[in-house]
Design a protein around this ligand. Structure first.
Ligand code: GLP
Length: 236
């Protein structure tokens, strides 16, 4: 596992963007796994800049998103977040975007996305991490599902994500890639932003043990992970 401390979120976003752009240059038909939340917003802004300045071409690229809320309103969906913050500002073909449909029958969406991951391998997976160590919506638990599934959200996640919902009412369930789907990506880029992730990051960096109580530790099982954070957790 390669760990890079950058000193600032701006620098973290810059380094992450460089990794994505270099992967895209090497493989124009890159399948990019994408995350939502606050963490990747700076990266998406820099990807848009790169496209506008002619330094990036997404015309052959494909994307798949980690997760989506079940039965949320359209305006609260990760699909809308992705269009607002990235897709509508770059030249990615609409048919090259894969994200769970918040309004479709969830079981059908799980089956559709499981087929997608049987047929496709993510080249580069961008990840954030929740304050409780969740990746995607794989929450700390006794056991963690390896394939795409419907996940009940932990209270800590509902509280952490309430800021995104005008009425504070966070859906209780989401469709998420499983940990096995995430670990099958050829390479993984974990971007860690902010103080609230300190404990999850410490759990990842202080030991090579894997525990379902801190799902991000499963990244120890992967041979090609880059972690980009502002400061070591001890300094936060
Ligand atoms: C959300 C998403 C995750 C994301 C995490 C961190 O619940 N499901 O994919 O990485 O929480 O969010 P943020 O970047 O806003 O801290």
């Amino acid at each position: 596992m390669k760990v890079i401390f950058t000193g600032s979120y701006a620098e973290s976003a810059q380094r992450s963007t460089e990794i994505i752009l270099s992967a895209l240059k090497k493989k124009p038909d890159l399948l990019l796994g994408l995350a939502t939340g606050e963490t990747p917003l700076g990266v998406y802004r820099l990807l848009i800049d790169a496209y506008r300045e002619g330094r990036a071409d997404f015309s052959c690229a494909r994307t798949v998103n980690l997760d989506e809320y079940v039965n949320c309103r359209e305006e609260d969906s990760y699909r809308k977040y992705m269009h607002d913050n990235l897709f509508d500002h770059i030249n990615i073909p609409r048919e090259s975007i894969t994200i769970a449909d918040r309004a479709a029958p969830p079981e059908e969406e799980v089956a559709r996305l499981r087929r997608f991951f049987e047929e496709n391998t993510v080249d580069l997976q961008l990840l954030g991490v929740g304050p409780n160590g969740h990746i995607g919506f794989n929450e700390p638990d006794e056991a963690i599902e390896s394939l795409v599934h419907i996940a009940p959200l932990a209270k800590a996640t509902i509280d952490a994500n309430a800021r995104w919902f005008a009425d504070g009412a966070v859906p209780e369930k989401a469709i998420t890639m499983g940990l096995g789907d995430i670990l099958r990506a050829k390479s993984i880029l974990l971007l860690v932003k902010g103080e609230s992730k300190r404990d999850a990051l410490r759990g990842l960096l202080d030991s090579t043990a894997v525990t379902t109580r801190n799902p991000v530790t499963f990244l120890h099982l992967h041979p090609d992970v880059t972690v980009i954070a502002e400061t070591p957790p001890a300094n936060q």
